[in-house]
Design a protein around this ligand. Sequence first.
Ligand code: ADP
Ligand code: AMP
Length: 215
Amino acid sequence: MRILLVGPPGAGKGTQARQLAERLEVPHIASGDLLRGAIAEGTELGLAAKAYMDRGDLVPDELMIRFIADRVSEPDADGFVLDGFPRTDAQALALDEVLERIDRPLDKVIHLDVPNEEIVDRLSGRRMCPTCQRAYHVKYDPPQEPGRCDEDGTELVTRPDDAPETVQHRLDVYHSATKGLLRHYDRDGVFSCVDGIGTVDEVAARIHKAIGIEG
Ligand code: ADP
Ligand code: AMP
């Protein structure tokens, strides 16, 4: 199954995508995680992307499109849960084109709908594992041992772009560059809007219902 999750920064896309990908036994392809991995490895893409990310701006389309087009074309990506890409019209058109060319069309596009006030609350408490990139929340989704990743024990960090002034800018960028994409996908019966308010399990159950899987 090929699923795309769209929604504002902090909506819970990564949290839901990680669990859903595990359940469907497909890769979780998250553009932000891939970029942070590229920065940690010091690749050319990472070096080019870092300043944009720190400011909360979008990384230029030509870099992103090449990078994600390559990833969704890999042999393990016959099914996937994609999150964080596309974020612009040009990215959406490029994704349509590449998925059609490799005959891997999207089965479902899920819009995780969360209002701005909730986003600010979620992002101010987000902590991330720099090793596996799993996100936690100090109040809503805490790790078993405070400050340590459940998966690998790494000390959790606060993302630099979760600083309040950068969060506001990222929300502005979402509303000006990305939100219009919902119209692009609101067609062909592939699109569902899911209420992203509630516990992680409640939201997961709504997503499962929208894509037609049990539980
Ligand atoms: P995104 O990938 O959309 O940016 P994340 O999955 O990283 O969002 O979630 C943002 C923050 O909100 C994280 O701290 C995460 O633990 C928390 N979170 C995710 N889902 C929920 C939820 N349903 N209720 C409360 N907090 C949540
Ligand atoms: P995320 O982890 O999805 O919140 O993304 C973190 C940051 O990575 C964003 O604020 C952007 O700077 C960059 N980024 C991730 N995905 C994209 C994309 N599809 N297009 C442009 N920039 C992106």
